[in-house]
Every structure is written in structure tokens, then in C-alpha cells.
Design a protein around this ligand. Structure first.
Ligand SMILES: C[S@@+](CC[C@H](N)C(=O)[O-])C[C@H]1O[C@@H](n2cnc3c(N)ncnc32)[C@H](O)[C@@H]1O
Length: 328
């Protein structure tokens, strides 16, 4: 274990230039360790302010759970000395979520925590604050690989009406408001996440932006909006590959993506922008562009240049697939 802790320390020390660049940009949420690329397969470490969040990827990592706990405690010491990290959360990351109920029944341990036991954690990205939720299942509240897209949203939101679908904790919405959006509409099927989105607005003192939240399914929201001739200047759609909820039933990219593109496209006003991203292994960036071109013909839509992957994610597998189109 000592040699793995050393691998971790060296990989983190080896990217000091990147960490100082983040500091200059008032960012303390980023990927510190990228698994196999940095020397330990199935071991992903992210920093969120004063805490570290480790994914121990079942099936990829050669360590067993007890060994993972030992390594996590060592990573915590390294990060405390280097960044003042106060606590580390280790998560058993199961790729196939349909197995979760069975695994939970078997009494498997899914998380362990090391260090301080704070009630409230905060992270900062490009000067914007976010509530961090380390004990939630698959993300502590902010998807780090979307950082450059959020910055892009902030840069083009001024004076715009922005719709954020599948909003989760409202990270895109907060950046749109920070960029001066005239109005932000945040939609998620989960009331709980919308409450966090509101807290994130409050944290950033965005009291002057008109912010409306709707706890409902994205497809139904778009259909109703179109009946009322609702249009937006910026439509952001970043869905999960699959979800099942009491409120909206089953949503899947496999079945519903073209409907989402069609309804999303119709909801974009004159000169408005459509943005779509996803992290579905079956849809690469190239396939996404190829498939959406049919729905966004060049006669009516101009492709928008999007920012690349964040530097802390370079060389990682499964990068986000994303496209943007501007109505001509
Ligand atoms: C991958 S997260 C989206 C990440 C988010 N776009 C961001 O920028 O952080 C998936 C979100 O979609 C929501 N969701 C799932 N099915 C939905 C549906 N049918 N309609 C609206 N929201 C849905 C979930 O509650 C969850 O918050």
C-alpha cells in the first residue's frame, strides 16, 4: 500500500502547475487523480474544496475494500499536507446501477469517511460557490468535467432567457445567472435537487435574477411550453443516459434523444442557442454531431464552437459528448 500511496503523491505533485492555475482562477474543485492514467486503475480522486472524494471502481481496481480504505486514509494525509484537505470520502462505485439493490441487500459497504466530520462543505469553481454533498450516491453535487461548458454558458448568458433541463443542483443555471441572464428556468424531476439549486443561487447572492424552478419531467415541460409558445435564447440539455422516477416514468437516451432534440430545437427562439451534452458510452462526440446534424440543418442552424475538455481530465476515458447550434 505504501508504494500506491507514493504513486498517488508523485502524480499529484507532478501537476503543481495545473493546481496553481486553478488557484488563480478561484477554483478548488477539480480532478486530482485519473485512475490508470496516473498509475492506479479504478482509483479516481476529486477535490471539492476542503474535501476529497474517491471513487473506488469495482471491477477496475485491483484493491479489495479494506485495502481501498487503507489507501484512502493515506491519500487523505497527502492531501491534508498539500492542500489542507480536511476529510476524504471513499465511495464504492458500481458502474451497473441495476445491480445496486442486490448489492445493498447483501450488506456491502458503500462508503467510508476519513478526517473531519463537517456538516457543511463548500466548493468554488471560477469564483462561483457550490454546496458539496459528499454522502450522496454518484456525485457530490458538481460534475467537474462540465467546468468549461459552465464557463462558456456564463460568457454568453448576458441578457438572455436561459432554460436548463435535467438541471440537478443547478450548476449551469447558477453560471447563467452569474453571466447576467435576464431569466433562468431550472427543470429537474427531483424536488430535492431543485432545493439544492436554490441554495446554490442563495450562496452566490443571485437574488436579483429571476429564477423559476419546476420539478417535472423534461420532455413534458418542453411539450407544455411549446403549446404556450415559450421560447428561450439558450436551451441547455444535459440528461442522464437512463432514469426512472415516480413523477416522469422512464427516460432513456436510447429511446428519447431524438424527441429531446426536436422539442429542444423548437423551444429555441430567434438567434438562440441549443446546447446538448451527455456522458453515454454508446454515443461518442462524433456520433452525436452526425446524428444531430439531421435535426439542425445547416440552412437554419450554425454549429457553435464549444470549449474542449478541462485540463484535469485530459487522457481520461469517456469524455463528455457535446454539441451546440445557433439558430440563424
Ligand atoms: C446527470 S444529472 C444532470 C447533470 C446536470 N445537467 C449538471 O449540469 O450538473 C441527471 C439529472 O437529471 C434528472 N432527471 C432524471 N430524469 C429526468 C427527467 N425525465 N426529467 C427531468 N429531469 C430528470 C435527475 O434528477 C438528475 O438531477
Amino acid at each position: 500500500m505504501a508504494s500506491l500511496a507514493e504513486t498517488f503523491r508523485q502524480a499529484v505533485d507532478g501537476r503543481d502547475l495545473l493546481w496553481s492555475d486553478f488557484e488563480v482562477r478561484q477554483t478548488d474543485c477539480y480532478r486530482l487523480f485519473r485512475g490508470g492514467v496516473d498509475g492506479i486503475h479504478g482509483w479516481i480522486v476529486d477535490r471539492f474544496g476542503a474535501l476529497a472524494w474517491i471513487q473506488w471502481r469495482e471491477g477496475e481496481c485491483s484493491l479489495n475494500w479494506d485495502q481501498a480504505c487503507e489507501l484512502a486514509a493515506q491519500c487523505q494525509s497527502v492531501l491534508k499536507a498539500k492542500f489542507g484537505v480536511e476529510a476524504t470520502f471513499l465511495k464504492r462505485y458500481v458502474a451497473d446501477r441495476s445491480r445496486l439493490p442486490n448489492l445493498q441487500q447483501e450488506g456491502l459497504v458503500f462508503e467510508a469517511a476519513f478526517g473531519a466530520k463537517n456538516e457543511r462543505w463548500l466548493g468554488r469553481e471560477n469564483g462561483v460557490l457550490f454546496k458539496i454533498l459528499p454522502t450522496e450516491n454518484f456525485s457530490p453535487g458538481l460534475f467537474l468535467d462540465q467546468r468549461n461548458h459552465r464557463d462558456w454558458v456564463r460568457n454568453l448568458s448576458s441578457g438572455r432567457r436561459v432554460l436548463n433541463l435535467f438541471a440537478y443542483t443547478g450548476a449551469f443555471s447558477v453560471f447563467a445567472a452569474k453571466g447576467g441572464a435576464s431569466e433562468v428556468v431550472t427543470v429537474d424531476v427531483s424536488k430535492k435537487w431543485l432545493e439544492t439549486a436554490k441554495e446554490n443561487f442563495a450562496l452566490n447572492e443571485l437574488h436579483n435574477t429571476e429564477h423559476r424552478c419546476y420539478a417535472t419531467g423534461a420532455l413534458g415541460f418542453l411539450q407544455t411550453g411549446l403549446k404556450r409558445a415559450e421560447h428561450y435564447d439558450l436551451v441547455l440539455i444535459d440528461p442522464p443516459s437512463f432514469s426512472r422516477s415516480d413523477r416522469d416514468g422512464v427516460f432513456s437516451l436510447r429511446e428519447n434523444r431524438t424527441e429531446l432534440w426536436r422539442l429542444g430545437r423548437e423551444s429555441v427562439g430567434p438567434k438562440g442557442i441549443f446546447f446538448f451534452s451527455c456522458n453515454w458510452q454508446q454515443l461518442s462526440g462524433e456520433s452525436l454531431i452526425r446524428e444531430t446534424l439531421e435535426w439542425f440543418p445547416a440552412s437554419q442552424w450554425q454549429k457553435v464552437e464549444l470549449p474542449g475538455q478541462p485540463n484535469d481530465f485530459l487522457q481520461t476515458e469517456n469524455p463528455i459528448a457535446a454539441v451546440g447550434y445557433r439558430r440563424k
